[in-house]
Write a protein that binds this ligand. Structure first.
Ligand code: BGC
Length: 347
């Protein structure tokens, strides 16, 4: 069968690979791959700097943002042929650390977790894949192809969970939210902010293309210059990973403000920061900076709820390009108006 493959450690090795059928050890649910979403992690994987496949294999199947349709599922698994599913990305380490043992593999302490399509495991970017029922997320049929957004949305339901848990250290009633970066992660962060009734301001470099209107259609304010922000943010969801943006926004946090960092970037090695002044400000305001990666099972279920509650036409506009599997490496080459690019695994 065909799959989205790369050679770990080798740059520019993305190709349409011929690989064997998915092994039963991957799980009892056999799935026909429908769509795989591409994100910055996939682009980094093809740079050869990180990523590892199934132990012993010379190529790895990538793709961790998945949508598929069940072909075979054992009785009692909770799945039937025809059901839509998304696969959970991370697996706990073989001898679970205390966090993994509690289903909090997103907080793995010993780093021995695996991730489908990223770390020591093949991904979901294939014509067929297998998954254990526990790691398969039911996607309601009404979501259709928008189910490919479940995994990226789970990153934000986890991020917001972090913000809530930090916020709950004292009275908590955020009103103003700043989101930095209007890619899929930033836009989904803004969507959740609006669903919660917060005022949302989204900062991005793009002056044209679909991003400004997507933000306005959510009822948010779109900014290309932080100096135009007229409010003090109670919450910042940072999705650029750019050091200067992180510092500039941390300075703006209001009392008991919480800033959640969701992005990473290779970026310049160093920036000048008046750290003493920033430290003073963070301390006297009880401000918190919290990093967030990956998602636990419950965050995927929350992500499905977020997508179901959203306007499907708005979500559809996040998927700006669909590339056939036969030409999938072209999905890695950024085009000016790209937001989320997906690979059609049947084409
Ligand atoms: C994925 C996460 C993963 C992280 C680090 C992200 O792109 O969405 O599930 O944990 O990369 O590998």
């Amino acid at each position: 069968m065909r799959a989205m493959t790369v050679v770990p450690g080798k740059a520019d090795s993305a190709s349409v690979g011929e690989v064997g059928e998915p092994p039963e050890a991957d799980g009892a649910v056999l799935v026909e791959g429908l769509l795989a979403g591409i994100c910055g992690t996939d682009i980094e994987l093809t740079s050869g700097d990180f990523g590892s496949g199934r132990p012993g294999a010379d190529r790895m199947v990538i793709g961790h943002e998945s949508l598929g349709q069940v072909l075979e599922a054992p009785p009692g698994s909770g799945f039937d042929p025809g059901d839509l599913v998304a696969g959970i990305v991370r697996r706990p380490d073989p001898e679970p650390c205390p966090a993994c043992a509690r289903g909090e593999w997103d907080f793995c302490r010993n780093g021995r977790y695996t991730e489908r399509g990223i770390k020591d495991a093949d991904g979901y970017g294939a014509e067929r894949w297998r998954v254990a029922p526990y790691f398969a997320v039911p996607v309601p049929a009404e979501l259709g192809r928008l189910g490919v957004l479940v995994e990226p949305a789970s990153i934000l339901t986890k991020a917001w969970d972090q913000v809530d848990q930090v916020g709950a250290r004292s009275w908590y009633g955020p009103e103003q939210v700043l989101v930095t970066g209007a890619g899929p992660i930033g836009l989904l962060a803004a969507l959740i902010a609006r669903q919660r009734g917060y005022a949302v301001h989204v900062l991005d470099r793009a002056t044209d293309g679909p991003k400004p209107q997507l933000v306005r259609d959510l009822g948010g304010v779109y900014l290309t210059d932080l100096a135009d922000l007229r409010v003090t943010p109670d919450v910042v969801i940072e999705a650029t990973g750019a050091g200067q943006v992180v510092v500039d926004c941390a300075k703006l946090l209001g009392p008991a403000g919480v800033m959640c960092l969701t992005g990473i970037s290779p970026g310049p090695a160093s920036i000048g920061v008046q750290m003493d002044a920033l430290t003073r400000q963070l301390v006297v305001r009880n401000a918190a900076l919290v990093g967030s990666v990956n998602a636990a099972k419950r965050h995927y279920a929350d992500a499905v709820e977020v997508l179901l509650a959203a306007d499907p036409a708005w979500l559809e506009r996040l998927i700006t390009r669909t590339v056939p599997l036969s030409d999938w490496p072209s999905a890695l080459v950024k085009e000016p108006d790209d937001i989320k690019v997906v690979v059609d695994l049947r084409a």
